[in-house]
Design a protein around this ligand. Structure first.
Ligand code: CO
Length: 284
């Protein structure tokens, strides 16, 4: 950039690590262990992301997982690494997702559901991300996008392969559509053959989450079960050994207040009180 280059409102160039958050492990649901990086004391919200859990359910314990519980005001994105999980809600919707599959659930005005593991193939392991909805969409009707394995888009890029769930990468578009915050969600594995430049859009919030190996990026390395919040910029440059695997997630920030109480995420305290009342009275 020269001194004469006009400034753009959105910063261009490669992002660097703003801060790394290591997952904190805790019990969740009925017998689940979660490794949480967003939704903690250390990082309560990363607008528009509200929570990120890597969950594990051990086959030898056969715990029920996540029995009936409500949601209102946001979206839950479940991505399976291994095992299967069956979802059932109080409106009669049901679906099962297995390894490599995704459910993008827009809870909207609310539902009560269970997420039940099936231990037939061993341990159950995956990720759950919570994505906020803008205030205008918080009370929309619930909607499900269950993405079977065959609909996940395989991307073969220069120096990487990716499973693309949402957004655009390597000239392709992921199967999840019509989400307010225009998300990019990709599971990326490095081939170790080239430095990789991943376009993320200059205005989005972006993070890397380590799955296997150390992802080298500007400002440091991201280990498994650590989340790197990235600074502004329009790309993320990464490198690492062959087999290094991580999630790249980005989305437009919403910029509205977050009022939160457990599984209810609204914009005001009054709306939270209403959500609790509605749940107690069977109106979700
Ligand atoms: Co749930």
């Amino acid at each position: 950039m020269t001194a004469n280059t006009p400034r753009t409102t959105a910063p261009q160039g490669a992002r660097q690590i703003a801060k790394i958050f290591k997952a904190a492990s805790q019990a969740e649901g009925a017998g689940a262990l979660v490794h949480r990086t967003i939704g903690n004391h250390a990082l309560s919200v990363l607008d528009p992301f509200l929570l990120l859990d890597e969950f594990e359910l051990k086959a030898d314990r056969r715990s029920p997982g996540f029995p009936d519980h409500p949601h209102r005001g946001f979206e839950t994105v479940t991505y399976m690494f291994s095992g299967t999980m069956t979802h059932r809600d109080n409106a009669g919707n049901a679906g099962t997702i297995g390894p490599g599959e995704v459910q993008w659930m827009t809870a909207g005005k609310g539902l009560v559901h269970s997420e039940t593991p099936d231990y037939a193939t061993g341990d159950v392991h995956g990720m759950q991300l919570w994505v906020n909805l803008p205030a205008k969409d918080k009370m929309i009707a619930p909607r499900y996008q269950d993405i079977p394995l065959g609909d996940i888009v395989d991307v073969a890029g220069d120096g990487y392969t990716a499973k693309l769930i949402a957004g655009e990468l390597g000239g392709q578009t992921g199967p999840v559509t019509d989400i307010a915050v225009a998300p990019l969600y990709a599971d990326i594995t490095l081939t170790g053959t080239a430095d990789v430049h991943l376009p993320v859009g200059a205005t989005r919030t972006a993070f890397l989450y380590g799955i296997a190996g150390d992802v080298q990026t500007k400002g440091g390395a991201v280990a498994p079960r650590a989340l790197a919040v990235m600074t502004d910029g329009d790309t993320i440059a990464v490198s690492g050994a062959a087999g290094t695997r991580f999630l790249l997630v980005a989305a437009e920030p919403i910029g509205e207040p977050v009022a939160r109480y457990g599984p209810f995420v609204m914009t005001t305290r009054e709306e939270i009180i209403q959500a609790v009342e509605d749940f107690k009275n069977g109106r979700l």
